[in-house]
Design a protein around this ligand. Structure first.
Ligand code: FAD
Length: 627
């Protein structure tokens, strides 16, 4: 049997993940923990400086309300999220984040992040809510503040430890287990409260980039559904599991389009030159009231482009040359000024990629693209789970204590499982928090979790026999490989096991073909989803036959099991919601219309750890009065 040393760590607050929301939890919790003599421990599967979705950096902070300058109100932000998510959002959570996010951004600036300012010293906006930044070191700056806060409070950070399972005591989370991605060590973290902040999920669906392009995706490949798995396995109620996100990006290297649409005011067109947002405007009537209000929801913008592709009018293009030349035209009577402006615009176009998606700059260079001379191809990417962005999947969490919200069972952002808190991509129905809002939500969680520990914290009760059973299950793929790998000439082909890559390919094929992936042109139906569930039965059965030749493969095995659970929650919830509400994210061909009467509600699900059964439920939408 794999001989991993068991390392036991006891703490008061356990933070799982090291991304934006986890850094927010750490920064705030450390402050309150120090005051109360409590210990905070953070565990990241990677290295804090460059982990999570912001690893490579970003060129804009996407959520800044600007209350101090009277630019917007928190209510404006609530309306914006409601509109973009076609009426389905937890307004209490969105409001709570909105009222904290500006102070988070001011902290970022204090910690050394360069936010662009104009001649009057005002922040430069990319769009209404977005601020331009010099963001290549964004993650390092935010991680440094979290590390300092934890060190100051005498806490601990574990890097390169992959968390697999929650530890449960009835309906209470008492910690987590995982293993080192470098050494033969099995970690047991016992905690009075746990904050899950391990990001969303990529590669649940087959990506467009396969073969030589595999590994490239819009979302970083290291967020693999750990948050969803952890909360589902902890018996927590989940919400919006059907609300995946499909970004439209520069094709094949997933370069961002935000700066092009918002800053350069570029148009997106079909191969025939029609601007689908204008040509197909009438289609928006079918999605009233959301289709007729501004800004047009992201999924509907996607959908109009998808209709062009369905009609054979693809590829779609971003009119980069037209946009750049239009801006530079203002200088056309001054040849020197014109040349300078063109150079500046060209530099901004490339820098936008170099800040956050370097591979797109590589691809442009490889294909001799000159954005000022020729348009570039864009496409709808494969689906992702990222509740902090324009998707909404995540755990169903308790609302803010001081708001009169119907969704409240105690401490802010606590899941329906006691002592388990969720932030960022891990908490659902509160989209559009992005990097800054995720950090702000992390701070909310940090404060609430410490309050919970001070008021109710009890020594974690962990069943030793159960723990041993979990350890054996987690390490089993290593033993299975050793037992059977010599029975065939090639260890990759073996009737006794399957390897992570084979398992992942199968998962992605099911999701892609039956659950509305790229191959299915983002369409699905009850019959397709039922078929996916049939195939899931076999996949789940085979997940118990995964084999790993080393620690690296063991991590990949569990990442894919976690993806599978995220995939199943998604399929079940799409089956449950008998309408099409976000046609540019997925289209249920058998229920092709939005049904406000029956489905203006949250679709929630819960897996019961005792029975192993899933339950689906509807939850009412609550609008903040007067907003
Ligand atoms: C391509 C892209 C572009 C974006 N652009 C912008 C933008 O321009 N502006 C903006 O403000 N926001 C942007 N965002 C959104 C922003 O990145 C996210 O909202 C934010 O990172 C979410 O924070 P999080 O903590 O939930 O997840 P992340 O920041 O992704 O952190 C997840 C953390 O969990 C860790 N982890 C994962 N699994 C495990 C495990 N099993 N065990 C232990 N640790 C684990 C990871 O290593 C990582 O530290 C963008 C996101 C993407 C993907």
């Amino acid at each position: 049997m794999a001989n991993f040393e068991t390392v036991e760590v006891s703490t008061d607050l356990l933070i799982l993940g090291g991304g934006f929301s986890a850094c927010g939890v750490a920064t705030e919790a450390a402050y309150w923990a120090k005051k109360n003599g409590l210990k905070v421990t953070l565990v990241d599967k990677a290295a804090l400086d460059r982990s999570g979705a912001v690893a490579m950096g970003l060129s804009a902070i996407n959520q800044y309300v600007g209350v101090k300058d009277g630019e917007n109100t928190c209510e404006d932000y609530v309306r914006y999220v409601r509109q973009d998510l076609m009426g389905i959002s937890r307004e209490d959570l969105v409001y709570n984040i909105a009222r904290h996010v500006d102070s988070t951004v001011h902290l970022f600036e204090k910690w050394g992040l360069k936010i662009w300012t104009d001649e009057e010293g005002k922040y430069v906006h990319e769009g209404r809510w977005q601020l331009m930044i010099n963001g290549e070191s964004y993650k390092i700056i935010i991680a440094e503040a979290a590390k300092n806060a934890i060190a100051d409070a005498g806490g601990e950070i574990y890097e390169r430890v992959f968390i697999v399972e929650p530890l449960l005591d009835g309906n209470k989370c008492v910690g987590a287990v995982g293993f080192s991605t470098r050494e033969e060590k099995f970690y047991v973290f016992k905690a009075k409260a746990t904050a899950i902040a391990a990001g969303g999920a990529v590669h649940v669906f087959r990506p467009r980039s396969v073969g030589e392009g595999f590994g490239r995706s819009w979302y970083p490949p290291f967020n693999t559904g750990s948050s969803a798995y952890f909360t589902i396995k902890a018996g927590a109620e989940m919400t919006c599991q059907e609300v995946r996100f499909i970004p439209v990006r520069f094709k094949d290297a997933y370069g961002p389009v935000g700066a092009w649409f918002l800053l350069f005011k570029s148009r997106a067109i079909s191969a025939e030159g029609g601007e689908y947002m204008a040509v197909r405007k009438d289609e928006l009537q079918n999605w009233a009231p959301y289709g007729l209000a501004k800004p047009i929801p992201a999924n509907l913008r996607n959908y109009l482009g998808m209709l062009d592709v369905d009609a054979g009018l693809g590829p779609l293009y971003m009119e980069t040359a037209e946009a750049i030349n239009k801006i530079a035209d203002a200088y056309k009577d001054d040849p020197k000024g014109y040349k300078k402006k063109m150079k500046e615009l060209e530099a901004e176009a490339w820098e936008d990629f170099l800040d956050m998606t370097i591979s797109q700059a590589h691809l442009w260079a490889a294909l001799n693209v000159k954005p000022e001379e020729k348009h570039s191809e864009i496409a709808a990417c494969e689906p992702y789970f990222i509740g902090s962005h324009s998707g909404a999947s995540g755990a169903w969490v308790s609302g803010p204590e001081d708001m009169d919200t119907p969704y409240k069972w105690g401490y802010a952002n606590m899941c329906t499982t006691e002592a388990l808190f969720a932030a960022g991509d891990a908490s659902g129905a509160s989209s559009h928090k992005f990097s800054s809002g995720s950090h702000a939500e992390g701070r909310i969680v940090g404060k609430a979790a410490i309050k919970y520990i001070v008021e109710k914290g009890a020594e974690p009760n962990v069943d030793a026999a159960k723990l041993e059973e979990i350890k054996n299950t987690i390490l089993a793929p290593l033993d299975r490989y050793q037992e059977f790998c010599k029975l065939t000439t090639s260890p990759e082909v073996n009737p006794n096991y399957l390897l992570w890559r084979q398992f992942m390919d199968r998962l992605q094929k099911i999701m892609d073909e039956y659950a509305g992936g790229v191959t299915a042109a983002f369409k699905t139906s009850k019959a397709n989803l039922d078929r996916a569930m049939e195939l899931f039965d076999f996949l789940k059965e085979d997940s118990e036959k995964l084999a790993a030749e080393d620690i690296y493969s063991l991590e990949r095995c569990w990442e894919n099991v976690q993806r599978m659970w995220q995939g199943e929650a998604h399929v079940r919830t799409m089956l449950f919601r008998e309408e099409t509400r976000w046609p540019g994210y997925y289209f249920r061909a058998d229920t092709p219309k939005m049904d406000e009467e029956n489905w203006h509600c949250f679709a929630n699900c819960r897996w019961d750890p005792a029975s192993g059964e899933w339950e689906m439920s509807k939850k009412d939408i609550w609008n903040i009065p007067g907003v």
